[in-house]
Design a protein around this ligand. Structure first.
Ligand SMILES: C[S@@+](CC[C@H](N)C(=O)[O-])C[C@H]1O[C@@H](n2cnc3c(N)ncnc32)[C@H](O)[C@@H]1O
Length: 183
């Protein structure tokens, strides 16, 4: 039976806010993939994780039985991904490819995926709009895009919840939405 937790398989769940966010994103993503499975009439989806890093989402997705391609520019991240996939017993369903969201179609086919993940990547790229266009163009018709990017509302809320009200106020009024020098 497939494991349905993003923190299973030897990874230690923690009580950090980051792990809570991961758990919430995972719930939504898993439901979206289940929906695609039903709509596409197949048990196995082709999933692209662009900027997938060390596989914190792609390995759990592979544990659901799907085939995942991870495109990331970092060789270190891809190495860690390979090890994580092997430890989770899904190495044959996870393919790591060195590449960039801007040159996505140099390394994967256009329109070849039932779902595309782009989590926490647009903050790092030169042209976020092109990044989104490429992520969408990698989808098959009616495919699902899972897009996560930091936004002003989230930044303000995070600082306020941490008790840093001056930083929250500063982010709210800053044209770039930054809460301070450290942001
Ligand atoms: C904050 S990590 C997010 C990793 C993963 N998506 C997750 O949610 O755990 C950002 C990732 O984006 C990758 N990245 C940076 N620039 C990129 C680019 N131009 N194209 C694709 N990925 C990029 C980094 O190597 C890193 O793995």
């Amino acid at each position: 039976m497939s494991d349905r937790s993003p923190v299973a398989g030897g990874e230690t769940p923690s009580r950090s806010r980051g792990s809570l966010r991961t758990a919430v994103v995972w719930e939504v993503l898993r439901d979206a993939l289940d929906h695609r499975v039903k709509a596409a009439g197949t048990d196995v989806l082709d999933v692209l994780d662009t900027g997938g890093g060390t596989g914190s989402f792609s390995v759990p997705v592979a544990r659901l039985g799907h085939r995942v391609t991870v495109v990331d520019p970092s060789p270190n991240a891809l190495f860690a991904l390979e090890r994580r996939a092997a430890e989770a017993g899904v190495a044959e369903r996870v393919r790591g490819v060195q590449g960039d969201i801007h040159g996505l179609f140099d390394v994967v086919g256009r329109g070849g995926f039932d779902a595309v993940l782009c989590h926490g990547v647009l903050e790092y790229v030169d042209d976020p709009a092109e990044g989104v266009r490429n992520a969408v163009d990698a989808l098959r018709p009616a495919g699902a895009l899972s897009l996560l990017a930091a936004g002003l509302g989230g930044a303000v809320l995070a600082r306020a919840l941490a008790g840093h009200f001056n930083e929250a106020r500063r982010a709210l009024g800053d044209p770039a939405g930054r809460w301070g020098e450290g942001d």
